[in-house]
Design a protein around this ligand. Structure first.
Ligand SMILES: Nc1ncnc2c1ncn2[C@@H]1O[C@H](COP(=O)(O)OP(=O)(O)OP(=O)(O)O)[C@@H](O)[C@H]1O
Ligand SMILES: [Mg+2]
Length: 512
């Protein structure tokens, strides 16, 4: 029984499968094979063969050794000697064959011989190059395909030390904007030649994009996938690629991006901070970012004055807004973004930055009452007046405490307990001596809290104006309630004794 090899290759079938890829990859495959060798110069040319629908592709290099084993030019998946070397691009022993599959005819000449591929088959000849290798292929190409190949070649980042020409013109090597070192996933063959994932320290080069270019991830100068980041990223070791060589896993990309974000943090702009590539880096690898970098991103996204919405202290959120802070709500950031932001202390809750006044702390120290027997006549007068107007204005019977606690940072409090507390320690004993407008000022403020505890709510300021309006009417309609404090009405109340700065610009619109 004659044994046949397991596989046969249907070259024309392979060509049809490759049709989905576009033809740009052919130049990349041949150029990277030359770059992988001991080369200082690579000449690439791609030209229409006049009056045909075909083009001739030539890639020539000056590697003195040439092809070590010319049979690798036509053997798919032979052991690639490059797969054990993370600093070489080749690994599958496939690329050259994919290019050949697209060719009508081809010829590879090297130091070890020449192979010719024609419609009738493959043949070898002994003619050799003195040094270097030349690939010549003829393939069907439309003008658009030729143009796309030219554009693809312009995107290459030729390694320093290898002059690469396209149709006679040097592809310029570009200045590196910055470079960093990172331990990145790569693949390398073990002793048995099996490609295995591993992690290794490598250099990552960062380049500016040229006008009109889309930022791209590169493997040692060969474009892998357009990323739409801010910069080109050129990884100086094997990148874990799919077999099509045109993508990496989202996780690999995010990890590289996190390193770029960290390294380039001072160059990031507001647009970068809001761009998907930075968000993706934080979402997957926020832990890799320093607190400094996270703070910088938060500065760019939300401004330097920022707090997070604090459901435990509603007034604190409004105080923050009134003091020019941006209040960042939960939905503005993803869960992993919040985790990173919190870890870095980059956005604090409003309750910590602009807390609402809290008269009694958690371990509420008791207040020291001034006994009624020690109240001055004017204290008694003010208390009686407060009880009177509370009844008339709000229809409630209140209790009034006078306390003397200078450590307690509040003039007075009033709330649902219907207890008005006046703090001599903060107000000063002379406050009780008038003028009455100061007393009314404080009582209206406190009684507003009968309706709302939130100083910045509509409900509260509606209550203040209603109380003020009603108090004025009472002054005419029920004068006797003012009796206790008539003597505190100052003769000189024409201008406000409290200082309220004038509005700076324009009119203030008023809501109905
Ligand atoms: N210009 C060249 N100079 C010297 N040897 C070459 C050249 N081009 C190809 N070769 C040899 O031919 C082999 C086959 O190339 P091919 O592109 O098919 O595979 P590869 O580069 O090893 O892996 P990959 O499929 O990942 O590109 C290479 O491994 C290399 O040994
Ligand atoms: Mg190759």
């Amino acid at each position: 029984m004659v044994e046949a090899p397991w596989f046969e290759i249907d070259r024309k079938g392979l060509k049809k499968v490759l049709a989905r890829k576009g033809k740009e990859f052919v130049t990349y495959e041949l150029i990277q094979n030359s770059w992988d060798e001991n080369t200082t110069k690579v000449n690439v040319s791609l030209k229409r063969i006049p009056n045909t629908r075909k083009a001739e592709l030539i890639v020539e290099d000056d590697n003195p050794e040439g092809f070590a084993d010319l049979s690798h030019a036509f053997t798919l998946f032979a052991e690639s000697k490059k797969k054990g070397d993370v600093q070489k691009r080749g690994r599958f022993n496939l690329g050259e064959k994919l290019v050949l599959a697209l060719c009508e005819t081809a010829e590879i000449s090297s130091t070890t011989g020449t192979v010719r591929f024609t419609e009738s088959g493959r043949s070898r000849s002994k003619s050799k190059t003195a040094s270097g290798s030349v690939f010549k292929g003829v393939l069907h190409m439309t003008d658009a395909e030729i143009k796309r190949c030219e554009e693809a070649v312009r995107q290459l980042l030729p390694p320093h030390g290898i002059q690469t020409f396209f149709n006679g013109v040097l592809i310029p090597s570009r200045p590196i904007l910055s470079s960093l070192t990172a331990a990145l996933a790569t693949e390398i063959a073990d002793e048995e030649g099996q490609l295995r994932p591993t992690t290794r320290k490598t250099t990552v080069e960062i380049y500016d994009t040229l006008p009109g270019e889309t930022a791209t991830l590169y493997e040692m100068g060969i474009p892998v996938v357009a990323t739409e980041d801010r910069w080109h990223i050129n990884v100086q070791q094997k990148v874990p690629l799919n077999v099509d060589r045109d993508n990496v896993s989202p996780s690999y990309l995010a990890y590289v991006r996190a390193h770029v974000v960290e390294h380039m943090q001072s160059d990031l702009t507001q647009e970068d901070a809001n761009a998907p590539w930075v968000k993706e880096a934080i979402n997957r690898y926020g832990d890799e970012l320093s607190n400094d970098t996270v703070n910088r991103i938060a500065d760019l996204r939300f401004g330097e004055k920022r707090v997070s919405y604090d459901p435990s202290d509603p007034e604190a959120n409004k105080l923050a807004v009134s003091q020019g802070y941006m209040v960042v709500h939960g939905a503005s950031l993803s869960k992993p973004e919040w985790n990173t932001i919190r870890r870095a202390g980059a956005i604090l809750p409003a309750g910590q930055v602009t807390p609402s006044p809290k008269p009694y702390g958690p371990n509420g120290r008791p207040l020291t009452d001034v006994p009624k027997s020690e109240w001055t006549p004017n204290m008694r007068a003010v208390v009686a007046y407060a009880v009177n107007i509370a009844r008339e204005l709000m229809g409630v019977e209140i209790e009034v405490r006078v306390v003397n606690d200078s450590w307690w940072g509040f003039n007075a409090t009033y709330g649902t307990s219907r207890v008005l507390t006046l703090n001599v320690g903060a107000l000063g004993a002379r406050w009780f001596d008038g003028p009455l407008e100061n007393i009314n000022d404080l009582l209206i403020h406190e009684f507003g809290h009968q309706y709302s505890g939130d100083h910045l709510s509509h409900k509260y300021y509606d209550a203040l104006t209603a109380l003020g309006g009603r108090l004025c009417t009472l002054a005419f309609a029920k004068r006797e309630i003012f009796n206790p404090v008539l003597h505190l009405i100052s003769g000189n109340t024409l201008s406000l004794s409290i200082s309220i700065p004038d509005l700076e610009i324009g009119d203030t619109p008023c809501y109905p």
